[in-house]
Design a protein around this ligand. Structure first.
Ligand code: SAM
Length: 179
């Protein structure tokens, strides 16, 4: 079980980033996202996409993210440019994931030092500054070794039919009829 915790959110500036953290968590295989503090405002959008394109994917909010991280029963992974290179720790983290839940923390602005201390792994996706969306995507892809790309979704209202050129979105009932 993998939960992504979005810590911090600057209203105005971070609206799309926070939404994209939630959508990337969902699309790339996490089981849920927890939106903390002001990030809670983006929950409806992520729930709406899950309703349309399928689940399961949990969207939770919290006013006490630090407590949630502190008391998490499992392995806490904090994605940060200051952390250990992902390529050095991914095998260990994958082993933990076989037996216990993971909480993957991504920040927005400066992350409190207690998060670095509580984290079982502070992980850098390179030690260069970039983005919580990019680091989350690479982390999940490494964790699942690409298997998440083939996942199927429960109860979608819409399904995209992949095509070489063009856009095709259908009602899943029509897909079954075509079988
Ligand atoms: N400067 C901020 C700090 O000192 O914590 C980080 C701001 S950065 C725009 C927002 C988030 O992106 C970070 O909290 C981290 O989760 C993620 N991030 C950015 N670069 C990263 C990297 N190279 N590896 C892992 N995560 C990264």
């Amino acid at each position: 079980d993998v939960t992504v915790l979005r810590l911090g959110h600057r209203p105005g500036r971070d609206e799309r980033i926070t939404t994209h953290v939630g959508l990337t968590a969902r699309a790339l295989g996490a089981d849920g996202v927890v939106l903390a503090g002001a990030a809670r405002s983006r929950a409806d959008t992520v729930v709406d996409i899950t309703d349309r394109f399928g689940g399961p994917f949990d969207v939770e909010t919290t006013e006490e993210p630090k407590r949630r991280i502190r008391e998490f029963e499992g392995t806490v992974v904090h994605l940060t440019m200051y952390g250990e290179p992902i390529q050095d720790v991914e095998d260990d983290i994958r082993t933990h994931h076989e037996t216990e839940p993971l909480l993957v923390v991504v920040g927005a602005e400066k992350v409190p030092f207690e998060v670095y201390e509580r984290a079982d792994y502070n992980v850098g996706v390179t030690n260069q500054p970039h983005s919580e969306i990019a680091s989350l995507a690479v982390f999940l892809d490494r964790l699942y070794e690409g298997a998440q790309l083939d996942r199927e979704w429960d109860d979608p209202d819409q399904v995209v039919v992949p095509m070489e050129t063009g856009k095709k979105v259908v009602d899943p009932e029509d897909l079954e009829d075509a079988d």
